[in-house]
Design a protein around this ligand. Structure first.
Ligand code: SF4
Ligand code: SF4
Length: 470
């Protein structure tokens, strides 16, 4: 592989050889980033300006082209997998903007997926990093474990400790920055967070048009249960019978994006088994990060003799709920959310836009609501900095991107931001609050639900104010 300006990489290589060469691990033989995918990169640099980590850090080594060069160097044995190198893979948000931008069709998604798994297997992380990551992987994908932590968090919020500590700035001052970042995106907890309340079968209203399965998400069902409730109401109002198997857990998106292969495979198999033999027309999800991973099941389980075929069939039925509704058409009558024009800025989640190539469908749905006017923000395709658990693991970069995203969205003058991903919603809500913005933030399914029910936005505004006060 050749690169025109490689002085920074030569320095890495030389320094690494002097200090770390003998002691640093390398990639192992199990699925290293494929040389033929690496060689597809012609080093044109078109991807750099669309890469959020490059935009914040400003170094070639934290760009798609730079990371591809590092992968090649490690494959070739020219660069060690040292802490100095591994950090450049950790700073990648996995947003896939570079995949959309690349004129040569470089499959960076496959390259970073293989690299992350290599890093997890071969690079020894520091003890604090290991503890934090294992805590996240052992709790977030398991709603019942996460619920054990909710009671003290609810007390923390309801007795006013959260408000007090945040106002004093003690959390950032005294806690490790990753723990403070985790706390900063904690939404207001509601009683619904403590148990799944949706039944296993919810009939269609009126004539049944489709029978669909719905995934609840692991974090979403706890922190944004109202979005799942709204999604069910929208689907049933549009003639869908909704099936929600109790045995479903996490789809594995969170662990997949962090290179945790065996855990991802176990979670994917459990999800496939939960929805087996249900005679469904489609499998629907309302969170973009999960949707992208569910559509990848055929690839994730391709080497599993028992599940490879089942995974392909499963993935072929997965649709984002907006993609599905746009395709089958809304049949329920829509009412205005307010009497005057409502300006909405739709925020493209990366795994929706770059991962699933879905951008027109949500906009077409929202435009059907009377009096809605859509506004487009500057840098609409740039990541908000949430990126799964990135805003916890890389809080400074996540913070910078969150601030930029909220500034760009609110600069549109929109009264409301519509976002279709639980991670983005948490991140944008945090940064709206930090910037003292009153802009409303809702999932498109909540907007459609309100419109179908004939509810006005003013009632959402009131409930949001109540939860903020709590
Ligand atoms: S745009 Fe594609 S070919 Fe050009 S540097 Fe980026 S990854 Fe390589
Ligand atoms: S996935 Fe996103 S952060 Fe990572 S290299 Fe590509 S554009 Fe940059």
């Amino acid at each position: 592989m050749q690169i025109s300006d490689k002085s920074s990489f030569d320095n890495i290589s030389k320094n690494s050889q002097v200090n770390e060469w003998e002691i640093s691990p390398r990639f192992d033989v199990k699925n290293p980033p494929k040389p033929e995918l690496i060689d597809a990169c012609v080093h044109c640099g078109f991807c750099l300006s669309t890469c959020p980590s490059y935009r914040v850090i400003g170094k070639e080594t934290d760009s798609p082209r730079g990371r591809i060069y590092l992968m090649d160097g490690i494959n070739e044995g020219d660069i060690p997998l040292s802490p100095a190198i591994a950090q450049h893979f950790d700073t990648c948000l996995g947003c896939l903007a570079c995949v959309t931008t690349c004129p040569s069709g470089v499959q960076y998604d496959q390259l970073i997926e293989a690299t992350r798994a290599q890093v997890e297997r071969n690079y020894p992380r520091s003890l604090p990093e290991q503890v934090l990551r294992q805590f996240i992987f052992a709790t977030f994908p398991y709603p019942n474990r996460l619920r054990v932590l909710l009671a003290p968090l609810l007390v923390y919020q309801k007795l006013g400790f959260q408000k007090l500590l945040r106002s004093l700035g003690w959390l950032e001052k005294y806690l490790p920055k990753q723990i403070a970042a985790m706390e900063s995106i904690l939404p207001a907890l509601t009683p619904q967070a403590f148990q799944d309340s949706l039944p296993e079968l919810i009939p269609a209203q009126g004539e049944k048009r489709y029978r669909v399965g719905m995934l609840l998400g692991c974090v979403q069902r706890i922190f944004l249960p109202e979005v799942n409730n709204a999604t069910v109401r929208v689907l049933t109002a549009n003639g869908c019978e909704v099936v929600i198997p109790k045995s479903q857990g996490c789809c594995g998106a969170l662990t997949h994006h962090q290179g945790q292969e065996s855990q991802t495979i176990a979670l994917a198999k459990q999800t496939i088994d939960s929805f087996a033999n249900l005679n469904l027309d489609a499998l629907l999800i309302n969170a973009s990060g999960c949707g992208h991973t569910l559509k990848e099941y055929g690839h994730i389980l391709q080497d599993d003799p028992e599940y490879a075929e089942k995974a392909k069939v499963f993935a072929s039925k997965v649709k984002d709920v907006q993609e599905f509704l746009d395709q089958v058409g809304l049949t329920a009558k829509l009412h205005p959310l307010q009497e005057q024009t409502l300006a909405i800025a739709y925020q493209d989640a990366c795994h929706m836009l770059h991962g699933q190539k879905i951008s027109l469908e949500p906009r077409r749905l929202l435009r059907q609501i009377p009096n809605v006017q859509l506004r487009e923000s500057v840098d609409a395709s740039l990541c908000c900095g949430s990126a799964g658990i990135y805003n916890i693991l890389q809080p400074e970069i996540g913070h910078e991107l969150g601030q930029q995203k909220v500034t760009n969205l609110t600069d549109t003058g929109a009264e409301l931001i519509a976002s279709a991903n639980v991670g983005c919603i948490s991140q944008i809500r945090k940064h709206l609050d930090l910037q003292n913005r009153n802009t409303l933030l809702m999932h498109p399914m909540e907007l459609l639900d309100y419109s179908i029910q004939g509810r006005k936005l003013s009632s959402y505004n009131a409930s949001r104010s109540d939860s903020k006060r709590a």
